[in-house]
Design a protein around this ligand. Structure first.
Ligand code: PAN
Ligand code: ZN
Length: 196
């Protein structure tokens, strides 16, 4: 066995409970509209919703594997269906400050994986059984484009980290809007506080 500054954790079995939770479970995050300031095009509608019922937009259930170098933490994200001003419910989105790849495995519902490297935008349709691969250097956001919960498993290097400011500063290249055909990707617009 090599020696480590921080010893790795012991081998363990982790079970999917339904499609929303990992057991044993580590930290669980709940993201409500009030946590998503400055991300939707219609910031005014987001703020109004946050000041009202402040609904849950998504949850993240992590396994106990820690975010430490060389470990491979996992989490399940479940995004509830819905739109804000026609823009589908989505995660905040982030860059990995330590450029590292990541894989997502679709578990339930229909969604998409939006990636942006500061110049180009890519979209992968996600559903049960689809693996979406995020290469190093691509900011990533998940979007629920269906009318039921969309959930997926993420596996990522423990040293990757999460830079949310990058997305606030650079956007994600496109916005994912509801359309007659289901969903469409439109040009990114900065958040507005009033219509027009
Ligand atoms: C995922 C995301 C998760 C929530 O586990 O962290 O889907 O999205 P935000 O972190 O953008 O709110 C992942 O990409 N981890 O690296
Ligand atoms: Zn990530």
């Amino acid at each position: 066995m090599p020696t480590y500054a921080v010893p790795p954790i012991d081998p363990m079995s982790i079970r999917l409970e339904g499609t929303d939770r990992l057991v044993p479970e580590g930290p669980v995050l709940t993201r409500r509209l009030s946590d998503l300031e400055g991300l939707f095009a219609r910031e005014d509608l987001r703020a109004a919703g946050a000041a009202g019922e402040d609904p849950i937009v998504y949850t993240v259930s992590s396994s106990p594997v820690p975010e430490l170098p060389r470990e491979l933490p996992q989490s399940i994200t479940t995004i509830r269906p819905g739109t804000i001003g026609g823009e589908f419910h989505m995660t905040k989105g982030h860059q990995h400050p330590d450029p590292q790849g990541e894989i997502y495995l679709g578990l339930r519902g229909v969604g998409g994986l939006l990636m942006f490297d500061g110049q180009d935008t890519r979209w992968i349709d996600m559903s049960e059984g689809v693996i979406g691969y995020i290469p190093p250097g691509w900011a990533h956001r998940s979007v629920n484009v269906g009318d039921e919960d969309y959930s997926f498993l993420a596996v990522y290097p423990g040293s990757a980290g999460h830079d949310y400011q990058w997305v606030l500063d650079h956007g994600m290249g496109r916005r994912v809007m509801s359309s007659a055909g289901g969903h469409e990707l439109v040009a990114y617009t900065a958040p507005t506080t009033s219509q027009g």
